[in-house]
Design a protein around this ligand. Sequence first.
Ligand SMILES: Cc1cc2nc3c(=O)[nH]c(=O)nc-3n(C[C@H](O)[C@H](O)[C@H](O)COP(=O)(O)OP(=O)(O)OC[C@H]3O[C@@H](n4cnc5c(N)ncnc54)[C@H](O)[C@@H]3O)c2cc1C
Length: 401
Amino acid sequence: MVNGTRASDSIAGGVSSSAAVVIIGGGVIGASIAYHLALNGVRDVIVLDRAAAPGAGSTGKATGGYRAQFATAINVRLSLLARAKLIGFREETGVDPGYQPVGYLWLAADNRQLELLRESQRMQHAEGLSEAVELSLDDIADVNPAISLDRVAGAAFCSTDGYIRPLEILRGYIEAAARLGVRFVWNEEVISAALTQSGCLKQISTAKATYSADHYVNAAGAWAATVASFAEVALPVVPLRRQAALSVPTNVLPASMPMTIFMEDNFHMRIRDGRVLLCWPTPEPAGTPSSLRADQLWIDEVTAKGHERAPVLRNVEIDRAMCYAGLYEMSPDDHAIIGRSVECENLWLANGSSGHGVMHSPAIGHILSDLIFGRTPPVDVTQLRPSRFAEGAAIVSSELI
Ligand SMILES: Cc1cc2nc3c(=O)[nH]c(=O)nc-3n(C[C@H](O)[C@H](O)[C@H](O)COP(=O)(O)OP(=O)(O)OC[C@H]3O[C@@H](n4cnc5c(N)ncnc54)[C@H](O)[C@@H]3O)c2cc1C
């Protein structure tokens, strides 16, 4: 259960505040949880973030893809709940989340990949995603005429997948939560915690203050394992560097081009704000150090892939100064970790979305707030429980990206 409003006191050595819920991390996941708690009447919520302003974590780096075409039912369900909430987002928060259903086009290079798409599509249909379809080569040429079909065996397409605006979703949740009374505290990094004898969190500390609460939420994205370690919880979330290359402004491809993904190496491309955006996840292990030289080589390689797969791009320069990298928050099975920590009863985890956190944030905020309230959430996330790795129940899937 969640209790009512608390106070702040000045004590020797800093300020002490208490709240019903303290959330560590004011990215899109933390903000969504804060908003959904407040919507349900728990307005005594504090969100702590070490950054000076919203969007400094992974949310500000996300390229803005939304899809329900996943290989596991649980991810399809999260996406469908999220989509329903994205459609109602403007009415709910006053901010346009930029949902643009231009589709996701998955291109298989051979029959094995095509079979994987078909297998996923059977499950997607069973989950209600009836608009996901298989495309012939002729259909592909209609949906994205710019693509070279030289090494394409077939495709899957879903017209309700598409794009969203990560920073607008973050803004919408922060503004709506703040209107309901949630306090966002920027420039405060959680650096330690004190535990009770039974291993619950008693308080957490920043350099400026201490905070105590009935419930604490770890929403620290790629840095969630460090935050969990303050509560002596071993959380298997690791940061994984992901890069994006942007072209100079161009109109060689239409803004309505679907997100186009080549399954053979997960190279994908879209148009964003009048530029072509190219991504190619190199198979580097987590924590691989980057260097300027390696980054320049990556840009060369991803550009060459773009030229090969969409020949019209041969005349479009890459804007090297606009290329950037950010961090995915990977879990061992590439699925989110949602629920109460086993080791620390009053710590809730909303972590490890593994590169899908923005698109799933409306669903995760709703679900975690229900779990904290002791309500049954609209999607059963038992499969995503934090204890699944220790139980040998990690999710097995053919997820390729
Ligand atoms: C290149 C790239 C492309 C992506 N594309 C997509 C996409 O198309 N679609 C999609 O859904 N997702 C995408 N993602 C993934 C998405 O960005 C993340 O899944 C999502 O932003 C996670 O949200 P979050 O709130 O958990 O993390 P974050 O936005 O990182 O927020 C975590 C916050 O915690 C704060 N914090 C950390 N440690 C502490 C501490 N000790 N004390 C206080 N505050 C702390 C940070 O400052 C940060 O603001 C992409 C990611 C990258 C890098």
